[in-house]
Each structure stands twice: as C-alpha cells, then as structure tokens.
Design a binder for this molecule. Structure first.
Ligand SMILES: Nc1ncnc2c1ncn2[C@@H]1O[C@H](COP(=O)(O)OP(=O)(O)OP(=O)(O)O)[C@@H](O)[C@H]1O
Ligand SMILES: [Mg+2]
Length: 367
C-alpha cells in the first residue's frame, strides 16, 4: 500500500432513488494498492457505491475520482474498474473457459497467452478440469470463483467485489479469502470489497468503511474500528461489545475516574473532551475482561468488580460467560479454558484498562 495522493476518491457523493436517499454525502479516500472493505447491514448502500464507481449508475451530487481524474459520466468500459456482481452474472451459454477468457478474447489476445492466463486462474481458484462446464453445471461457490477469476484475469489495477464469497461454505470461505488477500498483495491491485461479515472485514482489510443508512459512520484500520470506534453503531456492529453507562467523577493528567452504580473505576485516558458530571459509555470487548472464582472465605476488595455467573457456553477455544454485575449482564470471554470445566457462582471481574474505550457525549448523540 502506497501513501501519497488517494487513488480513488468519493467526494460528497449522494444518490437518491425517488425520495429515498441510498447514499447521503459519502466521502472516502482510498490509497493505491489498498484492500478496502465496505461493511454494513443490508440496504445501507454498499452495492450502490460500487455501481457508481464502476459506472453502472450516476450520482445525483458529488464527484468520483480515479487516479486524479473525475470519472463522472465515463461509461463503465472506460473506467478500468471491473465489478464482480453480488449475483456474479456469468454468461450462461458460455463454458467456464469461455467465461474467464471473455475479456481477453475481446481484447484480441493471442490464443496461447489466453490459455496460459486462464490456466493460472484455474490453478489459483481450484477449478482445474472444469473448463468445459457451463455455469449451471457448477456449484454456487464454483460460480463465484469463476466470476472473480473472470475479473482478475484482466489484470486491471482495481477490482470491485460485491459479496464474492457469500455462497461458499465456512471453511472454503476462509481459504478463498486468504488466497484473495495474498493475490491482491502480490499483484498490488486496489480492491474494494463489500461484505456484511465482520470477521471477513477485519481479517482482510487495510481500511474498513463502516456504513449505515447511506452514510459512512467510520473509516479506519481494522484496529481503529475494533478498539476505537467513533460511535455506538460501529462499536455494536463490529464484534461483540459491552456498553456500560457511567459518569465522569474526576479527570487528571492521563487518567479518568468514572462511577458505575456507585463503584469507582480508573482508566488511562487523555480526557480532553470529557468533563466532570458527564455521562459516558464504557466500551469493553468480551476478551478485555477476566474472571476469577471467589472462594467463600475471601471477601473481595471494594475496588474489585464482583458478580455472579448466570450462564456460560463452552466453545472449545474459549468459554463465553454471562456475568451479572451491577444489574447488568456482561459478556466475558475466557480464551484459555481450564480442563476442569467452567467457573461458576460468585466471581471477581477484572478489566484490561488500556483497552477500555470511552464514548463521550458527541459519539452518543450521533449514534
Ligand atoms: N434501482 C433502485 N431503485 C430503488 N431503490 C434502490 C435501487 N437500488 C437500490 N435501492 C435501495 O437503496 C438502498 C441501498 O441498496 P444497496 O443495494 O446499495 O444496499 P446494500 O448495502 O448493497 O445491501 P445488501 O447487503 O442487501 O446487498 C436499499 O434500500 C435499496 O432498496
Ligand atoms: Mg448489496
């Protein structure tokens, strides 16, 4: 991924369908060679944004730039931004070989070069031996891989993929997404990838743009999105999260003390935008807690959080606990379960204080 000028820029892009705003003043900058994911719930405008970039639809307002040039009003074939559609749109009357080689044949490439490039794609996507099959003779997952191969074989600098792995089973999905990421890095192409799968977004992306109802709610690295979400929507949409209502009671250099139901908690925080008496939400991921059994003859310190395990589920590599603390049920993951079973009864709960994120008024208002 190179720094410098953005390669693709959406500048204040708005798209309406009748009275409905599918995209509302969307701005996003994408560096050359980046793997960027548009992540958001169904209907938030992900496909619409890709269609505008690839030229299948025009914005009502705003401008789109590729490599410094406005592409508004350019037809799709002059944009160099091939789109692999959500429903993959293979040519039904063409074989797998003919589908993948279609773009190269149009360009007039020599047969032996076409054969070589198609063979590379078949190898890459585990499709060897299926060259003569028609799309209806392929499984959904195979068709999806053909659709990606058909776009990738063109060796454009940009590839737009709209939920390209949705028809693969879980294991194949992980394999193909890792392969895709490696291919993207090797070729240095810029990929914009649409998904509503948060694991996929976190594991593949250089940059994630989280969308909701036609707006980008936050664009950032997977780390920023996961640990430092800008608002409650992003916090809640990406991963599992505990949101705890608290009030600021004091701020000092680098630390902040908050009150949660009469209990004081101290965190490291550059508290520039927080003032005493202000309501905040503490955002804590399940893996940022740890729990310890309380034995009958030990009374916990007043500074410790204590609670009661109400339920747990054993998931092999971790145990997910539901622990009642101050009349709230916290979700707590223990990533190193012991051989003897789960912890039950009364427990002490500790927080990895560096990983607590505090959402102040501004973020709550815009949630
Ligand atoms: N041609 C159209 N006419 C009217 N409304 C449309 C049209 N295309 C999209 N929409 C609406 O715009 C909104 C955004 O649609 P879009 O296809 O971009 O969503 P999406 O984020 O890709 O969702 P999904 O994850 O379900 O694919 C939706 O509410 C959709 O119904
Ligand atoms: Mg879509």
């Amino acid at each position: 991924m190179q720094s410098g000028n953005p390669y693709i820029t959406f500048s204040h892009v708005t798209k309406t369908f009748g009275a409905f705003k599918a995209l509302d003043d969307v701005s996003l900058q994408i560096p050359r060679g980046a793997f960027v994911t548009l992540l958001g719930p169904s209907g938030c405008g992900k496909t619409t944004l890709l269609r505008l970039l690839s030229g299948f639809s025009e914005p009502d307002a705003g401008e789109i730039f590729v490599d410094g040039h406005s592409v508004n009003n350019l037809p799709p074939y002059r944009r160099g931004t091939p789109l692999v559609f959500q429903d993959y749109a293979l040519f039904p009357h063409m074989t797998l070989y003919e589908n993948i080689s279609y773009g190269l044949r149009i360009k007039g490439m020599r047969k032996q070069d076409i054969d070589r490039r198609v063979a590379e794609m078949l190898e890459l996507f585990n499709l060897r031996g299926m060259e003569l099959r028609f799309p209806k003779q392929l499984s959904g997952g195979q068709q999806q891989r053909v659709a990606i191969a058909r776009a990738l074989v063109l060796e454009k600098e940009v590839l737009l993929l709209d939920e390209p792995l949705s028809n693969l089973d879980a294991k194949l999905r992980v394999d193909v997404r890792n392969e895709l990421r490696q291919i993207q890095k090797k070729l240095g192409i810029t990929v914009i990838y649409v998904t509503h799968d948060q694991d996929e977004a976190l594991s593949m992306s250089d940059l994630i743009a989280v969308m909701q109802a036609g707006k980008i709610r936050q664009a950032g690295t997977p780390w920023q999105i996961y640990f430092r979400p800008d608002n409650r929507f992003v916090a809640d949409f990406v991963g599992t999260v505990n949101l705890i209502d608290a009030v600021v009671v004091s701020t000092e250099k680098g630390t902040i003390t908050v009150d949660w139901n009469g209990q004081k908690l101290i965190f490291h925080h550059a508290a520039a935008d927080l003032r005493i008496g202000q309501a905040v939400e503490l955002m804590v991921r399940p893996e940022c807690f740890s729990i310890h059994p309380i034995h009958e003859n030990v009374s916990p310190d007043s500074e410790d959080l204590t609670g009661e395990v109400t339920f747990f589920s054993f998931l092999g590599r971790f145990i997910r606990y539901f622990v009642r603390v101050h009349e709230k049920t916290l979700i707590i993951d223990d990533s190193n379960p012991g051989l003897d079973g789960a912890i039950e009864g009364r427990v002490k709960v500790s927080i990895d204080r560096d990983k607590v994120h505090i959402l102040g008024e501004k973020e709550l208002r815009t949630s």
